[in-house]
Write a protein that binds this ligand. Sequence first.
Ligand SMILES: [Zn+2]
Length: 151
Amino acid sequence: MHRSYDLWIAYMENRLPEAEREEAERHLYVCDDCLALYLRVVDQQSVAWEEERAKVVTAEVMDTIQSQGQYSGAKLQMRRERRRRLIHYTVAASLTLLLMSSGVFQQLMSYTESWRNAYEVADQQKVPNAEKVMKHATSLLEGWMKRASFN
Ligand SMILES: [Zn+2]
């Protein structure tokens, strides 16, 4: 007894009851027509499966590309940029502390003091130069901090 196309699909997908499956199998050995039909089913189904799998893979790849390109990528870029700026700020702050502790600022202050004495005698502002330097350094650091945290 010849089998239908649908039965061969069921056979291939292992949906047949045990007895029916064995009977169909035995028929395959003796019937060239059914063997040809079965092979066509296998061929068509495998193509369908390949297409289905290709669609899934494509969708996954597109999702990955989109999420990386539009969301995660931008976020990651932002995080990298922020970290880079934080490193710059840390280096600058450390350098400032180092300069202050090593006496470079004191030298700079005394230089500024003599420069001030020479050119700003008329200056009525009696703000100590040390304070000016500190204010300048602080505003510089504040600027770096702002750029590091808000951009
Ligand atoms: Zn047959």
